[in-house]
Design a protein around this ligand. Structure first.
Ligand SMILES: NC(=O)c1ccc[n+]([C@@H]2O[C@H](COP(=O)([O-])OP(=O)(O)OC[C@H]3O[C@@H](n4cnc5c(N)ncnc54)[C@H](OP(=O)(O)O)[C@@H]3O)[C@@H](O)[C@H]2O)c1
Length: 326
């Protein structure tokens, strides 16, 4: 993969960090205190960095992609966050390929969207955990002859309880669905996007990916994999015209979250629970702006920072409490 030099988000970040690291020299030259120099630098550089980022990734205006024959492939596109993402992309003029196991909800949504937004909607009823399912999906999409500009790896699942008590096969399938499948689909769709010099990959992870979570061990570990993979890929793809963003919602009010094993957990009782539509809006906006990571909501952002800096044992204790009935 060859790259040409161009201003990108990484360079903007490096410029801000370098300027702040040079604060002691600047404060010595200007005769200001170090604290006020750092404060002034952050107050000017951070808005400047955000402004430059919007120049790099001008927001897509509604309906701007209509008649351009661009397609978004969305896994888990029948329900919850995936359903809202499908509607959002359709409103922007994207044709859709929606993937899930159950055909009926897919057909219902496809009919609703094709009537309201006048876009082409194809459905693929497929269990993505089946052997070779990602390859089969890629081939089916190729045969549809659609110009795939967006891949959304959204399908995911989880189980709660002691890892040793939960069934091995079901946990292995969750690991496959949440971690291996997004990797495989990304690897399959990416070369075509790079060849066309345009593409967006959205990985739907979770704030669960920022720390281990006892009683949701496999889910949290699988989402950590997605966060790590996505951030590496974001770096590797600089200058190719393709971006990889990861969205990390906290608790979201979907069918999955209403299951008895999840709904009575502390995280759904005491943390802000978002509507899937709000998550889809934030994810779409961040994806189009080429953001590396999209954490939805202020409390989730603060918790993400806390998980980075607090002692690991304390972080694990709090996450165990959040996944418990209290
Ligand atoms: N809800 C939350 O609180 C929350 C928070 C953070 C992150 N997330 C993440 O957001 C994503 C979506 O979650 P959600 O709450 O919107 O889930 P959801 O309402 O349960 O929807 C899951 C979607 O994935 C499909 N799916 C599940 N297993 C599949 C399989 N083996 N093969 C193909 N499709 C499959 C489902 O359709 P079928 O059942 O018909 O296959 C459905 O369309 C997940 O990755 C989840 O981890 C959710």
């Amino acid at each position: 993969m060859t790259k040409k030099f161009e201003l990108n988000d990484l360079m903007l970040d490096l410029a801000v960090v370098s300027a702040v690291l040079l604060a002691p020299i600047t404060s010595w030259i200007l005769g200001w205190s170090l604290l006020s120099t750092v404060a002034i630098m952050l107050a000017t550089l951070v808005p400047l960095r955000l402004y430059l980022q919007t120049l790099l990734h001008p927001p897509v205006s509604p309906l701007s992609r209509r008649n351009e024959n661009v397609t978004a492939v969305i896994t888990g596109g029948s329900m919850g966050i995936g359903n809202e993402l499908a509607k959002k992309f359709a409103q922007q003029g994207y044709n859709l390929v929606l993937v899930a196991r159950k055909r009926e909800p897919l057909e219902k949504l496809a009919e609703e969207i094709s009537q309201s937004d006048n876009v082409r909607v194809e459905i693929v009823s497929l269990d993505l955990t089946e052997p070779n399912a990602p390859e089969m999906l890629y081939q089916q999409v190729k045969n549809l002859n659609m110009n795939v500009e967006v891949l959304v790896n959204n399908a995911g699942d989880g189980m709660n309880g002691y890892m040793v008590d939960l069934p091995l096969n079901e946990q292995a399938a969750i690991l496959q669905l949440n971690a291996a499948v997004p990797f495989q689909l990304t690897r399959l769709f990416l070369p075509d996007m790079i060849a066309r010099k345009k593409g967006y990959i959205l990985q739907v992870a979770s704030t669960a990916g920022f720390q281990p979570i006892p009683f949701m061990a496999v889910y949290a570990a699988s989402k950590s994999f997605v966060v790590s993979l996505s951030e590496s890929l974001f770096f590797e793809l600089q200058g190719t015209g393709v971006t990889c963003s990861v969205v990390c919602p906290g608790p979201v009010d979907t069918e999955r979250s209403q299951r008895p094993d999840l709904s009575d957990k502390a995280l759904f009782k005491y943390l802000p629970v978002f509507a899937p539509k709000d998550v889809a809006e934030a994810a779409f906006d961040g994806l189009m702006k080429g953001r590396r990571m999209i954490v939805v909501g202020l409390v989730n952002k603060l918790m993400a920072v806390g998980a980075k800096f607090a002692p690991r044992s304390v972080v694990v204790l709090f996450s165990a409490l959040s996944a418990s009935k209290i």
